[in-house]
Design a protein around this ligand. Structure first.
Ligand SMILES: [Zn+2]
Ligand SMILES: [Zn+2]
Length: 151
């Protein structure tokens, strides 16, 4: 696991206490692109810090997300955390459940059209893709269950 020194420096600059759990939690989320749940992070952190509680991990995840060090996203599995805080969209594989980062669509026209149609002031938008990832396609497995989704 490679510590993200830039992130840690930023933490110090913001005057947050760099407790050991907090540093480990940040490392765990940033070391994976799997968009882990709190339970996943808890299991990883507990290997290094056996007495840490799920509540502590969860509280620190929320705090790190609130401070902008992590992104959080809600899906049907609950809250997931994302070490990639830059602009990007997500592709969810309906066969294996994995969530992949994909480049964000930089289409201001989408927002403008919606704003024109609804009268809303649109400040941001996200695109969610669903389908089958490359690994699952190569395995040629069953077709994913079609689900109704709203993004
Ligand atoms: Zn897949
Ligand atoms: Zn992501």
């Amino acid at each position: 696991m490679i510590p993200n020194n830039k992130g840690l420096d930023t933490l110090r600059a913001r005057g947050l206490r760099l407790t050991r759990p907090r540093r480990l939690i940040l490392d765990v989320v940033r070391a994976t692109d799997a968009h882990p749940t709190a339970a996943f992070v808890y299991r990883r952190v507990r290997r290094r810090l056996p007495r840490v509680s799920l509540a502590t991990v969860h509280r620190n995840l929320r705090m790190l997300a609130a401070e902008g060090f992590l992104a959080e996203r809600a899906d049907e599995a609950g809250m997931r955390f994302d070490g990639n805080t830059g602009p990007h969209d997500h592709f969810t594989c309906l066969a294996c459940g994995r969530i992949y980062d994909v480049p964000a669509r930089a289409e201001a026209g989408v927002r403008r059209r919606l704003a024109a149609r609804t009268g809303f002031e649109v400040l941001d938008h996200r695109t969610e893709y669903y389908g089958r990832c490359g690994a699952c396609r190569r395995q040629g497995g069953r077709s994913p269950v079609t689900r109704q989704r709203r993004s």
